[in-house]
Ligand binder design. Structure first.
Ligand code: BGC
Length: 439
């Protein structure tokens, strides 16, 4: 299916080409968040604490300078609810001012800000109420969104309400110690990531993550919270472009397992994509694929090349994810690739992966899939939910000195952004096998 053979592909006018981060993974010292509490428990299930992370809370001007100098025109970052509302009903004016300054900083450098309101972490007080399982969650998130509008009013057009609601709801299943579908006990589920566990930190939960389904009650609450937040955002600014970002699992059915794969995909991904049919855009986040056989999900093939997170090296995932997303949302909702990347110490492998992923994206766009941007994960090396080992950054970070060093991959991708072109051909990689799961 993936044999893009044309020359470079000229991206359409206004195409966003940049990189992504999330607050907890780069800011450091996110003291009032539930993740900070989890990391610092004596019996913490995670291997490493976030600590200072990349200290981007203080060093964001340098991060944005680098991205702009490299040639990028967009930066996706999240704002931290736990900083804005560290105690219930108490807004930190300093935190609001901080994020307003970040938006102004992005715009003044020519970086279009794509702002996520919730990227996995919540205030500790919110989690203590039951978090996304609480009856108050929808109203509380809508209230926070109202406050966030002050930040967005600085000139943000693209807002993601919730990052990977499908993964968030899955995390609740894991934390509650059940897998949903099969009734087997799940692990402690400290990791997030794109469906296959987050490397070392969640290694023990990998098998469970494959089987587990998002908690249905939390799913329902997240859907309602997304709609409530969208209404708040639109009331504040009718021009605001609202979406959410979904973890695309790229389920591939083995012959004969098509209906099993479709049934598997619905509560884990497609339901969340279908909910975006009324949105202004939908975020695609794809890293690898997941095979499904007649008896359900299958492990990564033994001969597969794996990345630092244990995922199969499979850049074709992006093309399949955008085609599948377009199919599920009905083709009328623009797509933003809000995450795609690879955890590796080998930067040439990062370039190979990204070149191939972009060629697949170009093939889908040539066929008419409406893609408005590509935001690589990640701008910086960061805290990968329990471990600093996986290196996702275009820009390397020394976590002792906080020195930033752009990698060759950053320069290469930045040049593409400046030229307004993405590769139109796969080089040195076999074409994709298998087909995306039918909706
Ligand atoms: C998440 C990121 C994470 C990345 C790599 C996505 O699921 O949104 O927070 O770091 O995948 O695991």
């Amino acid at each position: 299916m993936t044999t893009a053979t044309g020359p470079d592909f000229a991206t359409p006018p206004g195409f966003l080409l940049g990189a992504s981060t999330s607050a907890h993974q780069v800011e450091g010292n996110n003291l009032a968040s539930d993740w900070w509490a989890l990391e610092n428990r004596p019996d913490s299930p995670v291997a490493e604490r976030s600590g200072d992370a990349a200290d981007s809370y203080h060093r964001w001007p340098q991060d944005m300078d680098l991205l702009a100098e490299l040639g990028f025109n967009a930066y996706r970052f999240s704002i931290e609810w736990a900083r804005i509302e560290p105690e219930r009903g108490q807004v930190s004016r300093a935190a609001v001012a901080h994020y307003r300054e970040m938006v102004r900083g992005a715009l003044s450098r020519g970086l279009t800000p794509v702002v996520t309101l919730h990227h996995f972490t919540s205030p500790r007080w919110f989690s203590e109420l039951g978090g996304w399982a609480s009856a108050e969650a929808v109203d509380l998130f809508a209230g926070y969104t109202g406050t966030a509008c002050e930040v967005l009013a600085e000139g943000v057009r693209h807002v993601a309400t919730v990052n990977e609601p499908n993964m968030l709801a899955l995390l609740y299943t894991l934390l509650r110690g059940r897998t949903g579908a099969d009734g087997k006990a799940a692990g402690s589920g400290s990791g997030s990531g794109s469906g296959s566990g987050s490397g070392e930190s969640a290694a023990g939960a990998v098998a469970d993550v494959r089987l587990a389904a998002p908690d249905p009650q939390v799913t329902d609450i997240l859907l309602r919270a997304h709609r409530a937040a969208s209404a708040v955002l639109k009331a504040a600014d009718p021009a605001c472009q609202v979406g959410w970002t979904v973890a695309n699992q790229v389920y591939q059915a083995l012959p004969g397992a098509e209906s099993r794969a479709a049934a598997h995909a619905w509560p884990r991904e497609d339901l969340f994509l279908a909910a975006a049919r009324d949105d202004d855009w939908v975020g695609v986040q794809a890293y690898t694929r997941n095979l499904v056989g007649a008896d359900g999900p299958l492990p990564v093939p033994q001969d597969a090349v794996r990345t630092q997170t244990g995922w199969e090296f499979y850049p074709q995932a992006l093309e399949q994810a955008v085609r599948h997303t377009a199919q599920v949302v009905g083709g009328c909702v623009p797509i933003l690739v809000t995450e795609n990347g690879i955890a590796t110490d080998d930067d040439r492998q990062r370039v190979d992966y990204t070149r191939s992923a972009l060629a697949g994206l170009a093939a889908a766009m040539r066929d008419g899939v409406d893609v408005r941007g590509y935001l690589h994960w990640s701008a910086l090396d960061n805290y990968e939910w329990g471990s600093y080992r996986p290196r996702f950054g275009l820009i390397g970070v020394d976590f002792d000195t906080f020195a930033r060093t752009p990698r060759e991959s950053a320069r290469w991708l930045g040049r593409l952004a400046r030229a307004g072109r993405i590769p139109g051909r796969h080089e040195g990689l076999a074409g994709a096998t298998g087909a995306p799961a039918a909706p």
